[in-house]
Design a protein around this ligand. Structure first.
Ligand SMILES: Cc1cc2nc3c(=O)[nH]c(=O)nc-3n(C[C@H](O)[C@H](O)[C@H](O)COP(=O)(O)OP(=O)(O)OC[C@H]3O[C@@H](n4cnc5c(N)ncnc54)[C@H](O)[C@@H]3O)c2cc1C
Length: 561
């Protein structure tokens, strides 16, 4: 058998290696149009801050090592420019000398990835525009910024690549602006959760502008739709990637509406001799049960292995993907899996959310810090649909657990009951996920009612009645404007002060003591009491970025974090 592979990175190299393991006698040829194969594009932004000490460190394998270990013929600077499906051969262009030749195949695997989108914005030709998609891209950007005259760099696009680039450029000492057209960065997090990360960007000196887009360039300055000018010496374009499927389209393979290659459960395209994997394909979403696009490295590797298995006649069970990712934003670690609440809205799913804010480990342990954790669950089944965690502690670990639970169809009760490792330096006897499962279960059963942090401003502005059950000393340090302070220790003796004829919103520091207060009041006949999930700390995190960047009147007398 002769296997030809287009694309020599995550999906392509993964498929080639698995094919070799399953078929020692096959001829395997892998074409890569760039200079490098098997590189860590996920680590590219970290070269900018020199966290990755040398550009060469980004390259994990060479054509020689792939030959020596796997007996794979790797041809770099070789672009596959056409597929002749009837003749089962590809046309290859040697990018060094411009010559072209044909190579036939028995099975073809397409792993061309995706291209960085660079839109034709007015004035773009006069700007120094960079992308961060390949090793060459990063070499160019690194050389330019280290050239000596660059101080101010603008990054356009607040997806994970844009944010990682901004964080690493800031870490390298540049003045960084990040412009995002939609109202928030990182849409794998809900608007409420992402405020924590937007605050972190602000706190670390990134000029973060959301809800404004670039309408034109004046040399390297950005002119935004609002009229605002963002001065810069260089621009990194990170508004997203588009499946690189021109080759597949020209060959008549079936694509979806967004131009990604359609594949079946075995990663076979509409041609039975052509497989496709990675950023270029549409995959199955195990939560929505619908096709979607998931441009991440882990899924690309898994697809590559499954495609190779099917080519070699091994049975494949495609369990789909839920979409799990994580990111480092200065001192915060953030992770997300499954659907966001915003996606549930779009999908018309009846859902609920629970947001808890326990510590990541026992409070008296060194390094103990808050763990913001949000779970999204289906109503009325309680099936967990998604989870997000943000912390200076190990948020990805918490979300890995949630991702596993979602993949196996777990519910909020399962999350509550998960038996996870505990010793004081690592966790609490109840993990953040356990807490979130408890809250979700209570909400599903109607044990009590809650308001979310994103509902608080509206309630405060419309004169809602808030009770702050923290101790008086804490209240004095900072509180919601207009909130009445009844410390939980005085709640029962001062119960006569609490109105019964209007909704009462009760909060404490993080939402746990106030839950006890709500339950106590309910036990004494109050029916219109609500717990504020996340408490005063959650409110402060939610409000801060918009208060500062919009110069908005705060609803709190002072922020406490
Ligand atoms: C800056 C950055 C950071 C990232 N961080 C993360 C992360 O933290 N976590 C995560 O899960 N994912 C991350 N990703 C995404 C992840 O790298 C991709 O999802 C994954 O690499 C996709 O694999 P692929 O094989 O489909 O495409 P790629 O890895 O992009 O490989 C495609 C290769 O095909 C080559 N090619 C294309 N067309 C042809 C042709 N016609 N002929 C020959 N060669 C061709 C390209 O040159 C390229 O080398 C990141 C990506 C980037 C760019």
């Amino acid at each position: 058998m002769k296997y030809v592979i287009v694309g020599g990175n995550t999906g392509g190299a993964g498929a080639a290696a698995r094919l070799r393991r399953l078929d020692e006698n096959a001829q395997i040829i892998m074409f890569e149009k760039g200079e490098f194969v098997s590189y860590s594009n996920c680590s590219l932004p970290y070269r900018l801050s020199e966290t990755v000490a040398d550009t060469d460190d980004l390259v994990l394998n060479t054509p020689q090592s792939l030959h020596d270990v796997y007996n794979i013929q790797t041809r770099v600077l070789s672009e596959v420019v056409a597929i002749d499906r009837a003749a089962k051969r590809v046309r290859v262009k040697n990018l060094q000398d411009g010559s072209e030749y044909d190579e036939n195949y028995d099975k073809l695997v397409l792993a061309p990835g995706a291209n960085a989108v660079v839109p034709p914005i007015k004035g773009i030709d006069g700007a120094k525009i960079f992308t961060v998609k390949t090793v060459d891209d990063v070499k160019r950007l690194y050389a330019f910024i280290r050239g000596g005259r660059v101080k101010n760099i603008s990054v356009i696009g607040g997806g994970f690549i844009g944010v990682e680039v901004a964080v690493n450029l800031k870490g390298a000492g540049y003045n960084v602006s990040l412009v995002e057209a939609t109202p928030q960065i990182l849409r794998t997090y809900d608007y409420d959760m992402v405020q924590i990360l937007q605050k972190e960007m602000l706190d670390n000196g990134v000029n973060l502008i959301v809800g404004d887009s670039v309408s034109s360039f004046d040399k390297n300055d950005l002119i935004l739709s609002s009229g605002r000018r963002v001065p810069g010496d260089a621009v990194v374009m990170a508004i997203g990637v588009r499946a690189d499927t021109a080759l597949a389209a020209a060959a008549g393979l079936e694509l979806n509406a967004r131009g990604a290659i359609k594949v079946d459960a075995n990663y076979c395209t509409s041609d039975p001799d052509i497989y496709a994997v990675g950023d270029a394909v549409e995959v199955f979403n195990a939560v929505t049960r619908k096709p979607f696009m998931l441009q991440l490295a882990g899924p690309a590797q898994k697809q590559a292995r499954q495609a190779a298995d099917h080519i070699c006649g091994l049975p494949v069970r495609n369990t789909g993907f839920v979409g799990s990712s994580c990111i480092k934003v200065f001192s915060y670690n953030a992770a997300s899996t499954g659907l966001t609440a915003a996606q549930c809205e779009q999908e018309g799913i009846n859902y609920g959310t629970a947001y808890v804010l326990p510590r990541d480990r026992v409070g008296i342990m060194p390094g103990s810090c808050p763990m913001h954790y949000k779970v999204i669950f289906e109503k009325p089944t309680g099936r967990v649909l998604g989870a997000q965690a943000i912390s200076k502690g190990d948020a990805p670990k918490r979300i890995d657990v949630a991702a596993t639970l979602i993949k196996f169809g777990g519910t909020a009760d399962d999350l509550r009951d998960l038996e996870l490792c505990y010793a004081p330096p690592f966790n609490s006897p109840k993990d953040a996920g356990n807490y979130a499962g408890l809250v979700a279960g209570n909400l599903l059963q109607g044990v009590y009612k809650q308001v979310r942090v994103d509902e608080v401003r509206g309630l405060v502005e419309s004169g809602g009645y808030f009770i702050d059950v923290r101790p008086q000393a804490m209240y004095k340090k900072g509180h919601i404007k207009g909130a009445v302070n009844i410390p939980v220790s005085q709640l029962r003796e001062r119960i006569g002060e609490i109105p019964k004829d209007r909704p009462v919103y009760i909060h404490c520091r993080i939402g746990q003591t106030s839950y006890n207060a709500v339950m106590a009041l309910q036990g004494r006949g109050f029916t219109n009491v609500y717990n504020v999930s996340g408490g005063f700390i959650g409110i402060c995190y939610f409000e801060y970025f918009n208060d500062v960047s919009l110069k908005r009147e705060p609803i709190v007398t002072n922020y406490l974090f």
